[in-house]
Write a protein that binds this ligand. Structure first.
Ligand code: G3P
Ligand code: CA
Length: 275
């Protein structure tokens, strides 16, 4: 059975247009906006001196020329690192054509560590509505500080207490129900997304943690248990699926009426959807 979503299917750029450009850099987010993405996904972590930066891994080793945990490095130290070159090397490997995006050393800001503040500025200047799906990473380590600083930063942009969840251009996502509870307690109208790698037995009936209205199952859950999506929708929840890169998975999400899909390839997905 197909459940029509209440809104058009939203295409969310996962870590920016991260198939083409280095994930979580200004270059990747600018490209996602140019590509027409409806929303941008980012992971946030706290630096040793308390800044929120957009980095997926606990360490910077994979995506930069540096080493060490984000939580052990200050922002000034992170700012000396190059978060772009690794992707250029990867993009050129085994390809006949030129990649769409190439790291140019003169565009230093484009491939530096990206603060959440800078990303919020980019979105504010986009010239059209671009939503932001912010994932709190490792929130347990900081005992509430990630959420506290995140909401303080959003407040500076007038985004911390939307009139309603539906009106909010920002939503906060996490695999940690505790992190989402903190957000719900401090900002009751902020939409929250419970990310799932598997479905815990107590949530199989379509329930979500208290206060959470949006489910974020992996595409693997959706492929293996399409009936679970129907259950979530019947329970009145939105469904945002990650990470949807294959055309047949895009078709499956359309068929099941999911509300948002999170993809590394926003341009290709938008084209497939006829947009
Ligand atoms: O959008 C949710 C998805 O990003 C969760 O997985 O590991 O890419 O942060 P991960
Ligand atoms: Ca993420």
């Amino acid at each position: 059975m197909t459940h029509a979503p209440q809104h058009p299917l939203q295409v969310v750029a996962h870590r920016g247009a991260s198939e083409d450009a280095p994930e979580h850099t200004l270059a990747a987010y600018k490209k996602a906006i140019e590509d027409g993405a409806d929303a941008l996904e980012c992971d946030v972590r706290l630096t040793a001196d308390g800044h929120l930066v957009c980095v997926h891994d606990r360490r910077v080793n994979r995506t930069s020329n540096g080493r060490g945990a984000v939580s052990a490095l200050e922002l000034a130290e992170l700012a000396t690192l190059d978060f772009g070159s690794w992707k250029t090397r990867e993009a050129w490997r085994g390809r006949d054509e030129e990649p769409d995006w190439e790291h140019r050393p003169e565009d230093r800001e484009e491939t530096s560590v990206l603060t959440l503040e800078r990303l919020l500025e980019l979105v504010a200047d986009a010239g059209r509505r671009v939503e932001l799906a912010i994932e709190t990473k490792h929130p347990t380590r900081w005992a509430g500080q990630v959420e506290e600083r995140l909401l303080l930063l959003l407040k500076r942009f007038g985004l911390d207490s939307p009139a309603s969840a539906a009106a909010s251009p920002v939503r906060i996502m996490s695999f940690s129900a505790r992190s989402l509870h903190r957000v719900c307690a401090a900002a009751p109208t902020m939409p929250t997304v419970y990310l799932m790698q598997f479905v815990s037995p107590r949530l199989r009936d379509g329930r979500l943690p208290a206060g959470v209205r949006i489910a974020g199952p992996s595409i693997r859950i959706v492929r293996n248990h399409p009936a679970y999506v129907e259950r979530l929708k019947r329970a009145g929840h939105q469904v945002h699926v990650w990470t949807v890169n294959e055309p047949e998975d895009v078709d499956l999400c359309v068929e099941l009426g999911v509300d948002a899909l999170i993809t590394n390839r926003p341009r290709a997905v938008l084209r497939q959807l006829g947009r």
